[in-house]
Ligand binder design. Sequence first.
Ligand SMILES: [Fe+2]
Length: 175
Amino acid sequence: MYVLLWRSFLRDQSLTPVTVDDYAALEPAISGQIMELHHSKHHTTYVNSFNNFSEQAASLSSNSPSDIQQHIALQPLINFHGGGHINHSLFWENLAPKKQGGGEPPSEKLGEKIKETYGGLEELKKVMNAKLAGIQGSGWAWLVKDKETGAIGVRTYAVSFLALVEGDVWVIGEK
Ligand SMILES: [Fe+2]
């Protein structure tokens, strides 16, 4: 699938959306309508909002107490929308149609670890879906590996705070 990433330009720190060639590339696994929604609504909103709040923060003075307070108030919004952008970028990066090697169940070490931890892929899907259903509003579920112990687990986060600090991420679900 020729889904292009959203590029970050470090010079002005703004994010710029790039086009997605084929929303229907993952059908029938994921409908083109859903992919278009994730790209044109969700991801676009995160990018535009991140840019908007970042620009507001950049315009504030570091010598004014009220500006510093405004900067502090903007930071959670920047984190939220920046996290949404990164999460969606991971989403695009990690999906591929069957003709490009996608659609296969995890194999080798990951497949073994899923079997050892959950009993199998279908059981993992049930756990992930149940955890996603438990999130009020929107949020994300991640299958992560603890780098110290090697254990895997499903973590859920309301809204879009980035979960990468926990370790490697293999599977992402969004609600
Ligand atoms: Fe989305």
